[in-house]
Design a protein around this ligand. Structure first.
Ligand code: URA
Length: 188
């Protein structure tokens, strides 16, 4: 396991998959590195690729609003990152091989942050971190415990921008996240 500085340096120079050929920036992750809750998206979009920061485009603005509903703030009490750190061309889903090449960075980040709760943002992160056959429409908001960490998934903010009818369910999921943070005595 690498410390934060080494991990950031290694990741910033990564050539483990072909996404390195089209990226402008590696989007490593951001927020409080000692947070009790971590949010994991699928991969950077255009704005994220241009700035090097996760969730700064339209979906990121919605994510900030979602966090504020449950008294979370990305720079205060959360850590936010993605399954893959470089933008897939035209925002396609990251390939299995690209996820495989990148997943050790995320494992290292989790080992350093030591969150009590991990929230997958969308299907891709849930399939990687919860189960390969994860069905986001049926299983969002459900909790599993892995190695002492509570994990759930909610709809990706981009899905909520496309389909507002999913928002009431997501509101309930957010309340469940706040309740879980209380149960585990998280510092928020
Ligand atoms: N979508 C993601 O999954 N991650 C980002 O960082 C931005 C958009």
């Amino acid at each position: 396991m690498l410390d934060w500085n080494s991990l950031k340096t290694v990741c910033s120079r990564c050539t483990r998959c072909c996404l390195c050929q089209t990226r402008h920036h590696v989007v490593f992750g951001a927020g409080n590195e000692m947070a009790d809750i971590m949010f994991v998206g699928e991969g950077p979009g255009e704005q994220e690729d241009l700035t090097g920061e996760p969730f700064v485009g339209p979906a990121g603005k919605l994510l900030d609003d979602m966090l504020s509903i449950i008294d979370l703030d990305r720079s205060v009490n959360c850590y936010i990152c993605n399954i893959v750190k470089c933008r897939p061309p035209r925002n396609r889903d990251p390939l299995e091989t690209e996820q495989d090449a990148c997943i050790d960075y995320l494992r290292n980040q989790v080992a350093l942050v030591r969150p009590k709760v991990i929230v997958c943002l969308g299907r891709i992160a849930a399939m990687r971190l919860i189960s390969q056959d994860y069905r986001i429409t049926r299983q969002h908001g459900q909790w599993v415990q892995r190695n002492g960490v509570w994990i759930t998934a909610i709809y990706h903010p981009s899905a909520l921008l496309r389909d507002v009818t999913k928002r009431p369910e997501t509101f309930d999921d957010l309340l469940s996240i706040r309740e879980k943070l209380r149960q585990v005595g998280a510092r928020v």
